[in-house]
Design a protein. Sequence first.
Lengths: 372, 90
Amino acid sequence: MIIIGAGVVGAACAWYATRAGLRVTVLDRGPVAGGTTGAGEGNLLVSDKPPGPELDLALFSVTLWRALADEIGGFEYQAKGGLVVGRHGPSVEALEKAARGQRAAGAEAVIVPADDLQTYEPYLASDFAGGCYYPQDAQVQPMLAAARLLAATRAAGARVRTGVEVTGLMRSAERVVGVRTAAGDLPAGAVVNAAGTWAGDVAALAGVKVPVSPRRGFILVTEPLPPTVRHKVYAADYVDAVASDDAALQISPVVEGTESGTILIGSSRERVGMDRTLAVDVLRRLAAAAVRLFPMLAGVNAIRAYCGFRPYSPDHLPVIGPDPRAPGLVHACGHEGAGVGLAPATGELVAAALSGQSRPVDPSPFRPERFG
Amino acid sequence: MRPTFAFDGRDLRFQPGQSVGAALVAAGVRSWRTTRRQGRPRGIFCGIGVCFDCLLTVDGRPNVRACMVPAREGMDVRSQDGGGHADPPR
């Protein structure tokens, strides 16, 4: 089989497919983690997902990440937990209601009263009305994660070819039977579309529609500090921003430390195509929102910023599984901002579909043909 | 008489308009920071504010880029060990 895309989703598909006994070649027109994987924070979040298929997938995926950290490792896996905080009574009540629903769906969630918040985060602003702690939230360094997964997959016999662009698909009647590249035709029993934000273009090569579009986000990076921010910390309105269909700019602060000491400050969302222009006003608003969470950040230098494009799908669910409109083509894309978190579960679903094993979670909500 | 700033307690002369980093290099100082994990020496690398290698402490503020700060009379410049913050800022 051929996997198009050497981001974290393609890497996870390659790992689990190789383990299922399939012969795998990963292609990418750029380098490893050159797209959205290389522009992410490495969030493995349970906390931001309402009960439903994406939460089920996330719960499965966090257990797989823990196993991958043991088995492969080397990608700064931190089971640090997440803390969601609300500034006002109503937002805290909404948070508690959401947590009850998530608990019923199998997630761990602990209500944290206002006077206990600083036990979790000593530098948090003192005017929050309450919050919720999610011990299953975790973090990886996404570029390292993709690279380590691919290295381990190669050691297990797979091939990884970067700088090879897929220009077309080989067909035998309706069936997809390989890819055409500038480096020649590569026949394959199955082709996996793990092209992230560019997955719609790959689908179009097969004449099928997968409506993935870019949703831009910036991340601001501080100078390295001694351990300051312990968890993934974000404000309750983040969940609404993620679930929104609004194309206009939304800012919702997400703050976390990294193993190297830098603090990452997200998140912004806007649908502006693939425009990479540095937006100083967005960075300014990110910084201001982060300072409202952690006032000490006002005295910390921001040293750089980067942007990337989340692969947005219209119903906020990823697109995973064989495409009945183009037999032989399997999708693993459209994860929006959750691709790193959901990558292993996606890889397991793809590997199970291709090797005929039973699916670990119900794949039907993610079926590619649901958009018509 | 050329102006001076203090570098680790000694007077260091500079030309008006020079950056702190340029003045240090002109005075023969090649490194003024150690890396956080392995303690390796660092000084000017890119010289244009991008690489964050030439960090030092200016008037008590750590992690200042030597190549981006104009030298001023009387400023207190210190070499820096590692990340520069012993404790998180308050």
